[in-house]
Design a protein. Structure first.
Length: 279
């Protein structure tokens, strides 16, 4: 039976017929990803992926890949990328961004309009050397159905890469914004209204690790994604995305923090990488 769907779930599942993301596409692409924090996220996760992915040109599936911010750099690195997303508006953004890249990179990218909960069917059972799903689980009431699809889409020995909100750091943002009552209530919370104004849900590394393990994918490593840029932003500091030297220095520090305790534990999102059994 199909699970009961709430507002945040509808944002994902019903986007094909009623593209609610159309109203958020500009803010998401031209705002969030163009910020220092957005650029740090893309860089840090790209480096983390390169540590774990098989060499190119192995096929990569990006489920809920949006405008291609994470998968296009992989196409530039030589991977064959399939970007699957339910939102026509986000896919239009992706196509526009892809046109600015060299022709040989464009040839390595395929777009597919479909929702991740039907990924296996939409892809006719095709399997991939790596399956990415970044920033999607939080819009679903339950992670299991989508995680199941991700693991099934991975080839034997393939990588599954999931980025989602960290339930163990839910009090960080309201505390940095000095919303003390909200912070106190957030220690045991699982949902919040995110920076795009949409409600999201958080998971823990241990819970998500168990979900993929039960589906034949062994957790390999988990990372943080950002820390200090988050603290600066929510404390009111201005970060200049046009200062390339400063952005590069910031990204280098964030990458190192993402690999180490206790820093990665305080990241409001985490990146979990697993590998499917070769059998």
């Amino acid at each position: 039976m199909r699970p009961q769907r709430s507002v945040q779930l509808l944002l994902y599942l019903d986007a094909v017929g009623d593209d609610i993301w159309a109203g958020l596409a500009d803010q998401f692409v031209d705002g969030a990803y163009a910020s220092v924090k957005g650029r740090v996220r893309t860089y840090v996760m790209h480096q983390q992926l390169l540590e774990q992915l098989p060499p190119p040109p192995g096929p990569v599936l990006d489920v809920g890949g949006g405008a291609g911010h994470q998968s296009f750099p992989l196409a530039q690195a030589g991977y064959d990328v399939t970007l699957l997303d339910p939102s026509p508006a986000m896919l239009d953004k992706a196509r526009g961004r892809l046109q600015r890249l060299p022709a040989e990179v464009q040839q390595r990218v395929t777009f597919l309009q479909a929702d991740g909960l039907n990924a296996v069917k939409a892809l006719n059972g095709r399997r991939f050397a790596a399956v990415l799903c970044h920033g999607v689980l939080g819009y679903l009431d339950e992670p299991e159905p989508l995680v199941d699809q991700l693991c099934r889409c991975a080839a034997a020995g393939g990588v599954v890469s999931i980025m989602t909100a960290n339930a163990n750091a839910m009090a960080v943002r309201p505390a940095l914004e000095r919303r003390w009552d909200d912070a106190l209530a957030s220690f045991d919370a699982r949902t919040e209204i995110g920076v795009l104004g949409v409600q999201g849900r958080a998971d823990t590394v241990d819970e998500l690790s168990e979900l993929i393990r039960s589906r034949g994918v062994e957790p390999v490593r988990w990372y943080g994604v950002w820390l200090f840029v988050d603290w600066l932003e929510f404390s009111g500091a201005e970060l200049d995305p046009s200062d390339e030297k400063q952005v590069a220095a910031t990204a280098a520090v964030e990458l190192e923090a993402s690999r180490r305790d206790p820093y990665r534990q305080l990241s409001r999102v985490f990146h979990l990488v697993g590998r499917k059994s070769p059998n």
